[in-house]
Design a protein around this ligand. Structure first.
Ligand code: ADP
Ligand code: MG
Ligand code: MG
Length: 364
């Protein structure tokens, strides 16, 4: 019996005895670390989550194009493309991925050795490094034709559409939960104008469309195990056309919150300004000279709006019966929604301070 998924044989890998073991703590794909006897190199094998990504081939085309472009930029700057971005190993027929008998799509990448991916660090240096990694990602892709990428999850950060979807869920109320969330619904409706800030600015041509990562959690950065310096950004599944504010905002939403995503004691939830500053410092250090004032200040709006947007999504999923976000206890998605709304309110209080920090770091 083979001690690895059969599909591994479809890839252009060295000969030798193969082993694959589950690896990492990603929540979306299934990830394995692959070793092959007779070679030092290790590989990552992943099955793409076909529930989240309904067009996995489009996902792979985006990744292939973006990493190809990044490789060029990294080589130009004298860096090591095999370490500073994802390197896809093609299939034996030269494709970026391979399909198994059940139609599931798999890919193989080089394993980046001697690194770790941090989980919600309290360490400000690590947060700054992660900010730097995502800032560098945006800088290297500044002149990539963003609009030519596939939109692999339609309207992912269309915040007004997320509010409409919440209204749809409330109208249908399939689980009879609407009566218990009147307060949250009123809050969401009160934020209607806020939901439109970024989408309106984009439509009016005030903010540039960029290549965005769209999953800027710190565990999607690999850091050098010895120096704790950022090495590369991974998990490029959600690379799409978007706004810089999405990537910065979502990173702050997750990385600079004082409490767990489903914290029930709302008094414990606030934006941790030192973490905000650390991530922003790293991020902006890579973007000097690249941003208009509008785009710079949109990062603050991004933090608030990504937080609001996730609140809307959690609340809608609670009404729909927890069909998208997995729950481990009843009411967890409602708790998540309340926690996001609490963080959003705290960010509103710190809005001017957040903007001042951006200006100070960028212009200072
Ligand atoms: P998910 O979408 O499920 O989060 P990721 O692509 O982030 O999947 O992979 C899950 C984990 O596997 C990462 O957090 C990281 O620890 C590890 N990993 C992924 N790709 C590589 C790589 N090329 N080199 C080293 N570790 C990796
Ligand atoms: Mg990941
Ligand atoms: Mg992912």
């Amino acid at each position: 019996m083979k001690n690895y998924p059969e599909i591994l044989d479809a890839f252009a890998l060295p000969e030798g005895e193969r082993t694959a073991v589950p690896f990492g703590n990603g929540h979306i794909n299934s990830t394995f670390m692959v070793r092959i006897s007779g070679t030092e190199k290790q590989y990552i094998l992943q099955r793409i989550n076909s529930y989240v990504f309904i067009h996995p081939k489009d996902v792979m085309e985006n990744i292939q194009r973006v990493t190809g472009f990044l490789r060029g930029k990294i080589a130009e700057a004298g860096g090591n493309p095999d370490r500073e971005t994802i390197t896809l190993v093609p299939s034996r027929t030269g494709e970026a991925c391979a399909e198994d008998a059940e139609g599931q799509v798999w890919r193989v990448m080089l394993f980046v050795p001697d690194t770790f991916s941090p989980e919600l660090p309290d360490n400000l240096d690590i947060l700054e490094e992660c900010g730097g990694a995502f800032g560098r990602f945006a800088r290297l892709l500044d002149d990539f034709p963003a609009s030519s990428l596939h939109e692999t999850i339609h309207a992912f950060h269309d915040t007004p559409a997320r509010l409409s979807q919440l209204e749809d869920a409330a109208r249908q109320d399939p689980c009879g939960r609407l009566k218990d969330v009147q307060e949250e619904m009123a809050f969401a409706r009160g934020c209607a104008a806020e939901t439109r800030v970024l989408t309106d600015a984009l439509a009016a041509g005030k903010l540039p469309l960029r290549v965005t990562h769209n999953d800027t959690k710190v565990n999607n950065v690999l850091l050098d195990r010895n120096t704790e310096k950022a090495v590369c950004v991974i998990d490029l599944d959600t690379v799409m056309p978007g706004l810089l504010a999405y990537d910065f905002g979502d990173a702050i939403r997750v990385g600079a919150c004082s409490a767990a995503e489903d914290e029930q004691n709302l008094d414990l939830i606030h934006l941790e300004m030192p973490k905000y500053r650390a991530f922003a410092r790293g991020f902006l250090s890579q973007l000097k000279g690249m941003l208009s004032r509008d785009e710079l200040l949109s990062l603050e709006a991004g933090a608030r709006i990504m937080t609001l947007e996730n609140g809307l999504r959690f609340l809608a999923d609670h009404l729909k019966g927890d069909v998208y976000f997995k729950i481990h206890r009843p009411g967890q998605n409602l708790d998540r929604a309340r926690a996001q709304f609490a963080l959003f309110r705290d960010m509103e209080k710190h809005s001017e301070e957040m903007k001042a920090i951006l200006l100070e770091l960028y212009e200072g």
